[in-house]
Design a binder for this molecule. Structure first.
Ligand code: FAD
Ligand code: UDP
Length: 404
């Protein structure tokens, strides 16, 4: 019997009268589901069944050693960064860290130039020797003034002008999202800042690090609790009616939960092409972006990111797709409006909590999902405390009534 059906059997037998079943059914073993499983089991001693339709835990942050022994991220490069000491400390219970600052180069006009755009990007691109002050003046001279910055095009052209926008952002965004930056919310390209100094790090967060032994090992530790049962290769819809549970935490796509009753929410997908090369190094930094050429947006080389030493190297190419597994919510007003209809339905469900990037249709990084899950846990904890207080009061009233 495989592990999935063993858990299913024990889950079903938990329905036998006199046994308790599960307090929580958690759908999805990514960051959202795993943080909640860990908190509910460790803090509230709740019995949790966590189900994922994939054959592994970790959601999109899952990592594994490929056939050549190189640690890779099957769903694209995942770099942990946060400004929150609380989030970093929380995860530090389950992993040690390897400090890592991600650097990205963009292939533009035959050169590999730093992105986010910084002083070196502009100097190397135009063969100049500007100072930071002079670069500020340059940006001011080329920036297109906007009364209000609404779209992903506005964000960039209002800071660095149209030429740099065309070279670094327009093509990449059209490829990644299948639409022009002028059709996307400002928040998308606003993820990438503009700098006038020489800082060439992709992120500037206080905490930037990779789990020392990988994400999967970290998830294994989070879920290692006698009250947590893990069921893989299982769509929750196949078991939801057979396994007894009291409350569900759902972290899959919100529109699928409601059988697309208001229509499909657009999600952007990716196809990942993994390659192993018989050479120690492929490219100078963790990620190289290709805004203007090829069908892929970027190539990432894992050994830069994980620090692993190995005689060969493994890379992943990302090809954006309209169809396939949902990876990105698409931030634009009409999608937010459609999401609000699903959100209203979700809010009205007393026995289901929706958490995570797909379930709340938010373009969240890992740390933001952890924060969202910890907040959801606090609400469940309060409900739990209230239910216990109500039960205790009932018991007191019952005793008083029967001794009267
Ligand atoms: P997920 O990880 O998607 O987990 C949801 C789980 O639910 C999945 O495992 C899915 O199989 C399961 N599920 C769905 N429906 C069902 C069902 N019906 N039955 C059973 N199971 C179901 N963030 C960063 O902070 N740094 C990065 O560098 C970074 N890079 C990224 C690169 C790429 C290419 C992508 C796509 C994302 C990246 N992210 C990054 C974002 C990060 O992946 C997410 O923030 C995080 O993984 C979301 O966690 P989650 O639990 O909400 O969702
Ligand atoms: N972007 C771009 N050129 C780049 C890098 C990013 O146009 O070289 C835009 C693009 O629209 C992308 C968005 O900025 O989707 C956010 O980039 P980020 O690297 O944060 O994307 P993610 O890692 O989430 O895929």
């Amino acid at each position: 019997m495989d592990k999935g059906s063993e858990v299913f059997q024990s889950a079903v037998s938990a329905a036998i009268p006199g046994q308790r079943g599960f307090d929580y059914l958690i759908v999805g073993a990514g960051f959202a589901g795993s943080v909640l499983a860990e908190r509910l089991a460790n803090e509230l001693n709740q019995r949790v069944l966590i189900v994922d339709k994939r054959p592994h835990i970790g959601g999109n942050a899952y990592d594994r050693h490929d056939d050549h022994g190189v640690l890779v991220h099957p769903y694209g490069p995942h770099i942990f960064h946060t400004n929150s000491a609380d989030i970093f400390e929380y995860l530090s219970q389950f992993t040690q860290w390897r400090p890592y600052q991600h650097r990205v180069l963009a292939s533009v006009d035959g050169q590999l130039l730093p992105i986010p755009i910084n002083l070196d990007t502009v100097n190397r691109m135009y063969g100049l020797n500007l100072t930071s002050f002079e670069l500020e003046k340059f940006f001011e001279s080329v920036a297109e003034k906007k009364d209000s910055v609404k779209t992903s095009e506005d964000v960039v052209v209002s800071k660095v002008g149209r030429e740099l926008y065309n070279k670094f952002f327009r093509g990449y965004t059209r490829k990644q999202w299948g639409m022009d930056p002028s059709e996307l919310d400002a928040s998308v390209t606003a993820r990438v800042p503009t700098r006038t100094n020489r800082d060439d790090r992709y992120f500037t967060d206080t905490y930037q690090a990779m789990p020392l032994h990988g994400y999967t090992r970290m998830f294994e530790k989070m879920l290692d609790h006698p009250n947590i049962k893990i069921m893989l290769n299982t769509d929750y819809r196949d078991i939801v009616e057979f396994v007894p549970w009291k409350h569900m935490v759902y972290t899959g796509p919100v529109d699928a939960f409601f059988n697309y009753k208001y229509g499909k929410l657009p999600y952007r997908s990716l196809e990942f092409r993994h390659e192993n090369l018989k050479q120690e190094r492929f490219q100078p930094v963790g990620t190289v972006n290709y805004p203007n050429d090829y069908g892929y947006t970027r190539i990432s080389e894992f050994k830069h990111i994980t620090g692993q030493e190995h005689p060969t190297t493994s890379v992943v190419y990302e090809y954006p797709r309209a169809e396939g597994d949902p990876y990105y919510p698409v931030p634009k007003a009409e999608n937010a409006e459609l999401y609000r209809k699903y959100e209203a339905e979700a809010d009205a469900m007393a026995n289901v909590t929706f958490v995570g990037r797909l379930a709340t249709y938010k373009y969240y990084n890992m740390d933001q999902v952890v924060a969202q899950a910890l907040t959801a846990f606090k609400r469940l904890q309060e409900r739990h405390a209230q239910a216990e207080a109500d039960e205790a009061l009932d018991a007191v009233q019952h005793t008083a009534a029967s001794s009267a």
